[in-house]
Design a protein around this ligand. Sequence first.
Ligand code: NAD
Length: 361
Amino acid sequence: MSNKIALLPGDGVGPEIMAEAEKLLGALQQGQGLDIEIEKAEIGGAAIDATGVPLPDSTLALAQAADAVLLGAVGGPRWDDIERERRPERALLALRSELGLFANLRPALLYPELADASALRRELVAGLDLLIVRELTGGIYFGEPRGIDKDASGQRRGYNTMVYSESEIERIARQAFISARRRYGHLCSVDKANVLEVSQLWREVVASVHADYPDVVLSHMYVDNAAMQLVRDPRQFDVIVTGNLFGDILSDCAAMLTGSIGMLPSASLDSTGKGMYEPVHGSAPDIAGEGLANPLAAILSVAMMLRHTLDEGTLADRIERAVGLVLSEGFRTSDIAGTYRAISTVEMGDAVVAAMDRVPA
Ligand code: NAD
């Protein structure tokens, strides 16, 4: 039975980069017999313009019925004055919670050809290939009680609650062990167990889940040290698993190591392997409509979708190698051009599709 893909281009550069992702999927359908059905829907600002809300019921229903969601980006200055609850970005939060997407996977992969774009020296980052697995639907961002009130003296105080249940920790740990098993077999769990009880439980549960994945080497690290190690020696990491808050911060830090936001894909998975796949970057309104956007984050998101939801790991590997090939041949969009001649969004998409035939099966 064919897999159903909900394609949600969104706003700004979203439709431009998603057109390239769709072109690649079309080529895989034709050339590799990939059995998928693609259906498109509006989300974000485009959906507000069409229907008045950022996540129309029909889009949510399509996403729920699909095996995977491929999303461009949402938001832009046109919708910045709308009240908070109806802003384009609300659609993403709603989708994540409606689809139960608790595991956020953010690879930070630095193609050797782009090592000079990194915030760190080439010799520290060339060949960097790490994956951050961030818990996405729990922890301090969702914990209760939360709020701002007044204490007995009348002074205002703000508070949030960092809370994780054993089952929440266990399911993200399992996802991370599986990811480590698919990669180089090392998992580092990041917490603050020297100060926080919630982290002590985190550490205990991750260690007990390890019994089911004895082939994976597990280590633990405090988050302050992890932040330091990410900029000191990032290549020591394979997979990092951590909670929502720490993962939010560390994954942005890891993103900077790779230099270009136009290169970074992400996946958000539920407990059945269904997922939403999207570039890390936003709608880039400053370059939208000009054919300047780098489509590689979107194309690498397709690779993640093939690997994690469609069980097409070999095709995913080929896409990633095709991206490496076009970079080694000097194809560059303007964000990564440096001294190279910059090509357009469409030309980069064409180059990757053409390179698929040149990488070994
Ligand atoms: P952004 O990621 O859109 O852009 C930051 C910078 O990176 C810009 O200079 C942009 O031109 C550049 N850039 C981004 N993607 C690129 C690509 N593929 N190729 C080349 N250059 C690229 O972040 P921002 O400017 O802070 O946000 C713009 C809008 O996007 C806002 O409305 C924000 O809320 C929204 N946003 C959406 C998402 C999402 O949909 N997941 C994520 C972040 C921001």
